[in-house]
Design a binder for this molecule. Structure first.
Ligand code: TUI
Length: 322
């Protein structure tokens, strides 16, 4: 049974299910975003470090592929961030999420146009700050996530953020099935964002070797590298992560880490170089066992969530809730 979970997030965004697809650089293109939006979630195009003309094409394409709401993720470390914001102003994109920095200029530019701005945050202080700045909701992202991460786990971060802000909170990090979805709601989230699960969607453009590396991963196969640069990144273990570890042991200068990182996400996602590329993935990779359409990912989560809630209520409340 696929039930509707109405929350402030589904209402604010005009979506059927409170499931958002992470705005992953190189992976989150128009095809993936449209598939998620058409399935009743919120698909997001990841701007990453891409130039604005690429993003403009993806926005045009997603509008051809769906008439449902969609979003764009702005990676605040991008060299093109100001041009990307200008483009988003012109395009009047319904939802914008931000990552890897302070979203002040995104909020100031886009909120007056009615765009819903949802920063990804990794601490209570940052959540409070963006609420004051005018954010419509936040994604509280735990360090179980893939890619650039903060320090707290989803389990610890989420309830603290929920208690600290009035705007709705979306949980991210370590969620890939109906159990994780219900756990996030139990901690006070009103939606979930998933990245790694959607990398393995059929519509995801990630190279088949990238998807297979996630599917073959176990629970301890991710590592966090480049902590010393101030931008720690979680990836699946491979030759590249071992090289990063070697630089760490040698206490190499930060420039060496930056040099080693250049172009490596593209190498993994586009070229399928899963040994020397950066295979960003969350700790939940070990739970992901198949490639399936985005629609099936969402339906399975919603029906599992229903079963989990039923089981919990029967086991612990003797069916007292209807
Ligand atoms: O942004 C992400 N995940 C990412 S971005 C990315 S591309 C990249 N590659 C190498 C190095 C750096 C980036 C790959 N994965 N998630 C959202 C997120 N944002 N996680 C943590 C944060 C964050 C961290 C610090 C947000 C704000 C912040 O500082 C706040 C401030 O005010 O500066």
């Amino acid at each position: 049974m696929v039930v509707k979970f109405k929350t402030r997030i589904t209402e604010m965004l005009g979506i059927e299910y409170p499931i958002i697809q992470g705005g992953m650089a190189w992976v989150a293109n128009a095809e993936l975003a449209a598939a998620v939006s058409n399935a009743g979630g919120l698909g997001i195009i990841g701007a990453g470090n891409a130039p604005p003309d690429w993003l403009e094409g993806e926005i045009r394409r997603v509008r051809e592929l769906t008439d449902k709401p969609f979003g764009v993720n702005v990676m605040l470390l991008s060299p093109f961030v100001d041009d990307v914001i200008e483009l988003l102003k012109r395009e009047k994109v319904p939802v914008v999420t931000t990552g890897a920095g302070s979203p002040q200029k995104v909020i100031d530019a886009l909120k007056p146009l009615g765009t819903k701005v949802i920063p990804v945050i990794a601490s209570v202080a940052h959540a409070k700050r963006v609420e004051k700045q005018g954010a419509d909701a936040v994604v509280a992202e735990g360090m179980e996530s893939g890619g650039h991460i903060g320090e707290l786990t989803t389990m610890a971060l989420l309830p603290q953020v929920v208690d600290a802000v009035k705007i709705p909170v979306i949980a991210a990090g370590g969620i890939a099935d109906g159990r994780g979805f219900v756990a996030a709601l139990a901690l006070g989230a009103e939606g979930v964002q998933m990245g790694t699960r959607f990398v393995c969607a059929q519509e995801s453009p990630a190279h088949i070797r990238y998807k297979e590396k996630i599917i073959n991963a176990g629970d301890r196969d991710t590592v966090v590298t480049a902590r010393i640069t101030g931008h720690p990144v979680r990836c699946l273990r491979n030759k590249l992560t071992r090289e990063f570890e070697r630089l760490e042991e040698e206490r190499a200068p930060i420039e060496e880490f930056e040099k080693l990182g250049i172009g490596k996400l593209r190498a993994a996602v586009v070229d399928g170089d899963v040994e020397w590329g950066s295979v960003m993935a969350g700790q939940i990779a070990g739970l992901i066992k198949d490639i399936k359409p985005a629609k099936k990912i969402i339906e399975d989560i919603m029906s599992e969530a229903y079963e989990v809630l039923k089981k919990l209520s029967v086991t612990y409340l003797r069916g007292e809730v209807s």
